[in-house]
Design a protein around this ligand. Structure first.
Ligand code: UDP
Length: 319
């Protein structure tokens, strides 16, 4: 049995990770300030005697240090995420993402506990050479666009994690999560699938931003979590960066059509300009596909859940 701390464990990915760890027989500790997470996300695990949670911020170093003492490793998922949130709260985004990660790494380093840093495919920015490989250059836009502040804050987290490994031999691993979806994800902070599914189920128009020709690759949270656990347990992963994504690509317009079909909804598609959706300083990326070669040569990942099945699990959970 291993003992792990999940920062941001009441969030969408964190709560699925807690479930997966407990299902394996591990002990799971969660710290979450409930800023975007929700206690209800933990309903399935709260009665498990190997589950423990603390409602507090990772800015509270005393509490964080005590929790790190109790575990063998830390999954650091606490962060400001979601394109809408990032546009509405740029200061909080930068401060939480940088200071929070500094705290986790510094305190874990004192005890040489391994830390997995949840980063994001946003760090690739508007690179156009797909698929994105971990060694590719990052192409970020101007500092007036909050989206790039988010990408940059996560890139700093990555630099810091790698620096701790190189300079202090503290084991760290960086995961770049590509668009992750599944039950319990909220559309409140911008995520497209829960938003469109919610609209389809209510018979409202599905809001597709831009002309809908931009594409994304969606991965089921269960596949994401399996990869994260395997990387936490792999010594070969230390000091390395990994994409975690499902290479199956779909345009957002096709995604909206598929959601209408699978829900049997009478909704129409409504195209909304990026400016109307997010304001004038917004930039979207056209395509974002993960190269998962490095991940697959490091862990035994196996079959991934296909898009239709991902959509069905989300639809069922939102009905
Ligand atoms: N999007 C959309 N309608 C929405 C929300 C998002 O068309 O109601 C688009 C968004 O512009 C982007 C894609 O869906 O091209 C994925 O958006 P999301 O915010 O889920 O993730 P990210 O942009 O970070 O990949």
């Amino acid at each position: 049995m291993n003992k792990y701390l999940i920062t941001g464990g009441a969030g969408f990915i964190g709560s699925h990770l807690a479930e997966a760890l407990l299902a394996r027989g591990d002990e799971a500790h969660v710290i979450d300030d409930l800023s975007t997470g929700a206690i209800a996300n933990l309903d399935g695990v709260r009665d498990n005697p190997r589950f423990h949670y603390t409602i507090d911020s990772i800015m509270n170093r005393g509490v964080l240090a005590e929790l790190i003492d109790r575990v063998d490793g830390v999954f650091h998922l606490a962060a400001a995420v979601g394109v809408r949130l990032i546009f509405e709260n740029p200061v909080e985004t930068i401060e939480t993402n940088i200071r929070g990660t500094e705290n986790v790494l510094e305190l874990a380093a004192r005890k040489q506990k391994k830390v997995l840093i949840a980063s994001t495919s946003e760090v690739y920015g508007k690179g156009v050479r797909v698929p994105f490989g971990e060694g590719d250059d990052l192409l970020l836009g101007p500092t007036t666009c909050p989206r790039w502040a988010y990408a940059c804050s996560k890139a700093i987290d990555e630099f810091l994690a790698i620096a701790y490994w190189r300079e202090r031999k503290m084991p760290t691993v960086v995961c770049r999560f590509f668009n992750t979806v599944g039950p319990r994800q909220t559309g409140r902070y911008g995520m497209v699938i829960p938003r469109l599914v919610g609209q389809a189920l209510k018979g409202e128009p599905l809001t597709v931003y831009g002309d809908g020709s931009q594409s994304r690759c969606f991965i089921h949270v269960r596949d994401t979590v399996r990869a994260a656990i395997a990387l936490m347990e792999s010594d070969a992963a230390n000091g390395e960066v990994f994409n975690i994504g499902n290479p199956q690509e779909i345009t957002i317009a096709d995604l909206a059509r598929r959601i209408i079909e699978l829900t049997g909804s009478k909704s129409q598609i409504k195209f909304v300009s990026f400016e109307d959706a997010y304001g004038p300083d917004f930039e979207d990326m056209a395509r974002r596909i993960p190269d998962t070669g490095k991940l697959n040569s490091t862990i035994q990942w196996g079959e991934l859940i296909p898009l239709d099945e991902i959509l069905m699990t989300v639809i069922e959970s939102m009905k």
